[in-house]
Design a protein around this ligand. Structure first.
Ligand SMILES: NC(=O)c1ccc[n+]([C@@H]2O[C@H](COP(=O)([O-])OP(=O)(O)OC[C@H]3O[C@@H](n4cnc5c(N)ncnc54)[C@H](OP(=O)(O)O)[C@@H]3O)[C@@H](O)[C@H]2O)c1
Length: 327
């Protein structure tokens, strides 16, 4: 495992984290035993960063992580959680009283006196223009209930606006081989301002593992079924917003570039880490095998300049026209 400094949090975290959305809900049935085993397998492989949210399984993901932290007492992990999606998405709902209640509820479920990091969970765009919001977060740092705060965003422009606020320690954004615009406009600026960056949806909801086909079926309760066209939340969160069939065609072309000692998922994760403005990729893993395979991507050799240019050319030709201008 490799470790990088996580922006203004001042902490070092593993470059592969553990995305804990799937172990909460929205991805079909998951078994708590598998979820806990996945967390332990990740930790055994050197993963120290876990990303979750209050709404993942309506608190269930945080509770499982709280249990995991008790089981690994004495070891230090970095838990990044999020708040704000449990209420209608209007700016008035992002206020100091709500923040206090959400933070206290997450502290309780996670069993942490002080949260390592709270992220606003893709808030409405006007929030990024509201100094009062960030002042309320400063107050939570000052009273010791959180160590740091950051934002999770949909759009590059929201990320750029957010990091104008000096208290923003981290930004979480969709960044993967099928979503490359943050590299053009955001990563260098985040680095310049010492803002940590989490690359979410790094496997394009599993598409970049290369295991999906035109006949793959998902459960009704899996967002890859119910949100394929953005029916429930931003379509960019599902397959990174790329049309399913077109994404499959792109993935077929990528196969030739997978190094002999790696899987396509590992290529996808290693590609993200080639970008030094990224602190960590946070793949979601549902079982120990996935967690171990994802962690191992950190130790793959750097991709060659020839591979990087071929990936770039493929992206430009097949995917860029579909998504680049949208987020
Ligand atoms: N708004 C936000 O802030 C937001 C939104 C989305 C995600 N996130 C965060 O980002 C994390 C990761 O993104 P994501 O979960 O959407 O998508 P992802 O990491 O791109 O894909 C995860 C899915 O891919 C499959 N998978 C994972 N590792 C694998 C492996 N090694 N081999 C084969 N299949 C594998 C699993 O599903 P199957 O086995 O069922 O295929 C898994 O659920 C989330 O857990 C969450 O922490 C945040």
């Amino acid at each position: 495992m490799q470790y990088r400094r996580f922006g203004k949090t001042g902490r070092d975290v593993s470059v592969i984290g553990f995305g804990a959305w799937a172990i909460g809900s929205a991805w079909g049935q998951v078994d708590d035993k598998d979820s806990l085993a996945a967390l332990h397998a990740a930790a055994d492989a050197g993963v120290t960063l876990i990303d979750t949210a209050d709404v993942y399984g309506d608190g269930h993901s945080e509770k499982l992580i709280g249990r995991f932290l008790r089981e690994r007492k004495g070891e230090r992990f970095f838990v990044a959680t999020k708040m704000g999606r449990s209420v209608p998405q209007v700016p008035e709902n992002y206020n100091p009283e709500a923040f206090r209640g959400w933070v206290d509820a997450s502290r309780e479920r996670l069993g942490m006196d002080k949260l390592d990091l709270i992220q606003l969970h893709c808030p409405p765009t006007p929030i990024f223009y509201s100094p009062e919001t960030f002042a309320a977060l400063d107050a939570l740092v000052a009273d010791g209930s959180i160590a740091s705060y950051g934002v999770s965003v949909e759009k590059v422009e929201e990320a750029l606006k957010a990091i104008e606020f000096p208290g923003i320690a981290t930004v979480q954004i969709i960044f993967n081989i099928m979503r490359q615009r943050p590299a053009d406009h955001f990563l260098a600026e985040a680095k310049r301002r010492d803002v940590g960056v989490l690359a979410r949806v790094p496997l394009a909801s599993g598409m970049l593992t290369g295991k999906m086909t035109r006949s793959t079926r998902f459960e009704e309760s899996d967002h890859r079924q119910f949100n394929r066209h953005g029916e429930s939340f931003d379509v960019g969160e599902t397959f990174a917003g790329v049309d399913y069939e077109k994404g499959l065609d792109f993935v077929e072309e990528l196969r030739a570039l997978v190094p002999g000692d790696a899987t396509m998922a590992q290529l996808a994760l290693r590609w993200i880490l080639m970008n030094e403005g990224v602190t960590a990729a946070i793949p979601g893993a549902k079982n120990p095998d996935q967690a171990r395979a994802n962690a191992a991507a950190a130790d793959l050799a750097a991709l060659s300049p020839a591979s990087m240019s071929k990936i770039q050319a493929l992206y430009e030709e097949r995917v860029k026209p579909l998504v680049h201008q949208r987020w």
